[in-house]
Design a protein around this ligand. Structure first.
Ligand code: CAA
Length: 279
């Protein structure tokens, strides 16, 4: 079975890696050669870490050999599934889906890894809307066990069943979700992180203590402010805004502090400064 992945950023790269580790042939495409070069380096690093664990029987060089890194989208043509992981922008996504619809075989399932955009609108841009769905992975993709399978209004049940079997085959668990703003996990997670930002903004506790509280008091693997820095404060602002706009519900309002930090260019780990410093 052949899997195509479009977009070699942190999510697309992780998705390509997960399929390759389970023995699939993978084509990873991006517009830029340099992005693909970086993706290969990152994938090799991740595979090396994973291969050092005794329980994993993985040889990084073998896994890398099953991935084609290319700027040529035509190589996605005979894929069984293509998963898109480009920027979170509806215009860009619909344009890419129209293109994939033309390039790919009629059997190919077209999926988006979007965390915030309507799959129904993306599906409507194609001539095969019943074969379009959301396959939403979580960061870091090689470690996080869950995948959300999102049905657009048009997605056929058969496609959802096929995707859940494929997800099982890469050792992940899936949940089935209706097409709705932010789906299930982020609909709960993102407002929770924003609540932590409100708590910080109101001076109720330090960032360290808020994170310690949620780790030790609620059993979270990492505190919400640390997680905000890792997700990226720009991304977090974008998704919370989207939730607020789509629902019109004031409980999803954006913390002023989050807006200020993003305006100042402090996006978290990737810019070196967020709720914590990353020298
Ligand atoms: N590939 C391979 N190995 C990796 C890796 C990667 N990409 N990233 C980390 N690791 C390894 C580390 O090297 C480490 O290995 P050792 O045990 O050998 O040292 C191991 O994984 C554990 O990592 P850490 O010790 O750094 O940290 P941890 O024990 O806290 O686990 C975690 C890391 C799994 C990320 C955990 O902290 C966690 O579950 N955090 C929450 C993540 C989360 O909520 N993700 C969802 C984000 S929402 C989203 O995805 C964005 C969106 O849509 C808006």
């Amino acid at each position: 079975m052949k899997i195509g992945v479009l977009g070699s950023g942190i999510m697309g790269n992780g998705i390509a890696q997960v399929f390759a580790m389970s023995g699939y042939n993978v084509v990873l495409t991006d517009l830029k050669k340099e992005a693909l070069h970086q993706a290969r380096i990152d994938m090799e690093q991740s595979l090396t870490k994973i291969s050092k664990k005794k329980e994993n029987n993985i040889k990084p060089s073998d896994v890398l050999q099953s991935v084609v890194f290319t700027t040529d989208k035509e190589q996605l043509a005979d894929s069984d599934i293509v998963i898109e992981a480009i920027i979170e922008n509806m215009k860009a996504k619909t344009s890419v889906f129209r293109e994939l619809d033309e390039i790919c075989d009629s059997k190919t399932i077209l999926a988006s890894n979007t965390s915030s955009l309507a799959i129904t609108e993306i599906a409507a841009a194609t001539n095969r809307p019943e074969k379009v769905c959301g396959i939403h992975f979580f960061n870091p993709v090689p470690l996080m066990k869950l995948v959300e399978i999102i049905s657009a209004e048009q997605t056929s049940n058969e496609i959802v069943d096929r995707i859940s079997k494929v997800i099982e085959s890469v050792n992940k668990e899936s949940i089935q979700v209706k097409d709705t703003p932010l789906f299930v996990v982020n609909r709960i997670l993102v407002p929770m992180i924003c609540e932590a930002i409100f708590v910080f903004e109101e001076g109720i506790a330090t960032a360290d203590d808020i994170d310690k509280g949620m780790k030790l008091g609620a059993g979270h693997p990492m505190g919400p402010l640390k997680l905000a820095d890792i997700i990226g404060l720009d991304t977090l602002l974008y998704v919370q805004k989207m939730l607020f706009q789509e629902t019109g519900d004031s409980k999803y309002r954006v913390p002023k502090l989050l807006k200020k930090m993003v305006r100042a260019g402090n996006f978290g780990q990737k810019t070196g400064k967020g709720f914590y410093d990353y020298p």
